[in-house]
Ligand binder design. Structure first.
Ligand code: GLY
Length: 574
């Protein structure tokens, strides 16, 4: 898919600006200069926050053995694969923003899954031409080629201090010795039991004695321990070639999938340039495509940079944030995909001129109905993912968001590997011009193709301000973007890691044209004011679990917070 002329974006800008692509004073506010990076000082101690205490402790263990933030990231991600398999794992993928203390460089690691070469959109259609949601979400056809093992090998080999085997050791130990699954994992297994029962290796792993593990039961994962040992011993090739690769391909093909050994040997995690945006003296470093998250966050911040949110009442502040979200999501749906396959007008989408044009279309006291904006398709990605944040004693930082997509991914465990495969294929617009599970249409930029990465919302981010730094991210499907955006704004407002993680949240994504609101976000007067402006507010119970670490560089103090919505999480400074 090619968007060869940027006039399309410019035209949209002009349309929304009512004839001008520029702000009222004719010159869009220039972004402030990026603050100095955080490398001039070292914290001297470390902080880790993740959605599970076993994983946080694994990260701290590897740091205590002389590892850096990137070794710790390998330990946390691999341990989450064992103790939080409903959200992420060896059979999935991740995206990470790294900050390297030694030279102040920011790096993006793309360990996103890819479509197998034999992907066929017809496999995701029922005989009557309607979308086959089961094929998209369950079983081997729903699984992309995993990226996590390659990403961990890259992280360790290129940026770590310790051998990969040492960073994987806590996960292997927990998998061999066992652990007690928390309530959320037991609930996820119970909630997907019917799917897990469809594949013998899935049932054998997750339904011992035909039932989900009981409360307090010790649960072991020896097959996955062996898979991680092969990765530890042979690095990248220990997963993508040899015994594990053969078992994965055999299992997938026996169950009706289409993977080949070439899909696995051809997989590479990639290093890309992260997106950087300056907002009110803070530099935000975040995820580029194939995530839509960073582009959307940057576009929203560029629009908001024309307002002083700190001087507004709650309803007016929410109004401008929602209108910026609406416009960024419209673009997200229309333009974004895998940069190795799709040309995207990123220079325009990220420019302050474009944001100034969008700003001109926002009325001060009225919601813009999404139907009044140029039409774009609006896929909504999956809901279940995990995020962790790390700062080490030298000031290296890792913001990592990892996923198998929906709860328990595809539900399909490849026999003999212990690997639960993702269902990331549903993050593609699988069936052009056919509505997805939400009744929405997908965009051609995100159509599936062999070797192509599906669009993600993952938005791992690092925020570097004049005196403070935050490492931040969240799960939550399409709400990842808005939750991380709100976390960034709260950090810039001066909130602590704990306040940011606990803060109530809201979300708008262009379509459906409703504001999803967590209970307690707005008081009655604010809700009434927003409703009068034309917003439809809808309660939403499920929100992401934000894990944040902050570094007050002036006081040289670290802080770590795990989202209180998730009791098994742990943020800890050591
Ligand atoms: N599977 C969720 C995402 O990548 O956005």
């Amino acid at each position: 898919m090619r968007f060869s002329v940027n006039w399309r974006v410019l035209a949209l800008s002009l349309l929304l600006a009512g004839g001008s692509a520029f702000a009222a004073d004719g010159s869009p506010k220039a972004a402030p200069p990026a603050p100095a990076h955080a490398g001039s000082l070292r914290p001297g101690h470390a902080a880790v926050a993740s959605a599970n205490f076993h994983a946080t402790e694994a990260g701290l263990e590897v740091l205590a053995k002389g590892g850096n933030a990137f070794d710790a990231a390998v330990a946390v991600a691999s341990t989450l694969s064992i103790v939080e398999p409903e959200s992420s794992g060896t059979g999935g993928g991740f995206m990470a923003v790294l900050h390297l203390a030694k030279d102040g460089r920011d790096v993006f690691i793309d360990a996103r899954e890819t479509a197998p070469a034999a992907v066929n959109p017809r496999d995701y259609l029922n005989p009557d031409g309607s979308p086959n949601r089961d094929a998209a979400l369950r079983g081997p056809l729903s699984a992309g080629i995993p990226g996590q093992p390659a990403g961990l090998a890259l992280l360790s080999g290129r940026y770590g201090r310790l051998p990969l085997a040492q960073s994987l050791a806590p996960a292997i130990r927990i998998a061999r010795d066992g652990f007690q699954p928390d309530e959320r994992l037991r609930g996820a297994i119970a909630g997907t039991q019917k799917d897990l029962e469809r594949w013998p290796a899935s049932a054998a792993k997750y339904l011992p004695g035909g039932k989900p593990p009981a409360k307090g039961a010790v649960w072991r994962d020896p097959d996955q321990a062996r898979t991680l040992e092969l990765l530890a011993a042979h690095g990248h090739d220990g997963f993508y070639r040899g015994e594990t690769a053969q078992k994965l391909v055999d299992a997938v093909r026996a169950a009706g999938g289409n993977w080949t050994l070439a899909d696995l040997t051809g997989y590479q995690a990639k290093e890309r340039t992260p997106i950087s945006v300056d907002y009110r003296g803070y530099k935000i470093v975040t995820a580029p495509p194939p995530s839509s998250g960073g582009v959307a966050i940057a576009e929203i911040l560029n629009i908001l940079s024309g307002y002083d949110l700190t001087k507004m009442d709650a309803a007016t502040r929410a109004h401008y944030i929602i209108e910026a979200m609406r416009r960024a999501f419209r673009d997200h749906n229309d333009y974004l995909g895998d940069p190795d396959f799709v040309q995207m007008p990123l220079d325009m989408l990220l420019s302050p001129y474009y944001a100034a044009g969008l700003r001109q279309g926002i009325l001060p006291d009225k919601a813009t109905p999404s139907s009044m904006l140029p039409r774009a398709e609006a896929p909504e990605p999956g809901m279940h993912t995990t995020h962790f944040s790390i700062i080490d004693a030298d000031g290296n930082m890792a913001a990592v968001t990892s996923t198998v997509n929906y709860t328990m991914g595809s539900g399909f465990v490849a026999a003999g590997t212990g690997v639960l495969l993702n269902d990331e294929m549903d993050d593609f617009a699988l069936v052009p011009n056919k509505p997805n599970v939400y009744g929405l249409l997908g965009s051609a930029a995100n159509a599936p193709k062999g070797g192509k990465r599906m669009l993600s919302s993952m938005s791992p981010s690092i925020v570097i301000g004049p005196g403070r730094t935050a490492v931040i991210g969240s799960p939550g499907g399409s709400t990842i973007i808005t939750q991380v955006l709100e976390g960034i704004l709260h950090f810039i407002d001066g909130e602590s890691a704990q306040q940011i993680a606990a803060h109530k949240r809201f979300h708008h994504q262009y379509l459906p044209d409703v504001v999803k609101v967590e209970d307690g976000t707005f008081d009655a007067a604010t809700s009434e004011a927003l409703t009068k402006m034309g917003y439809t507010l809808k309660p939403r119970e499920s929100w992401g679990f934000m894990n944040v670490v902050t570094w007050d560089r002036e006081a040289n103090k670290l802080d770590a917070a795990s989202d209180p919505r998730r009791p098994s999480g742990l943020g800890k400074v050591q």
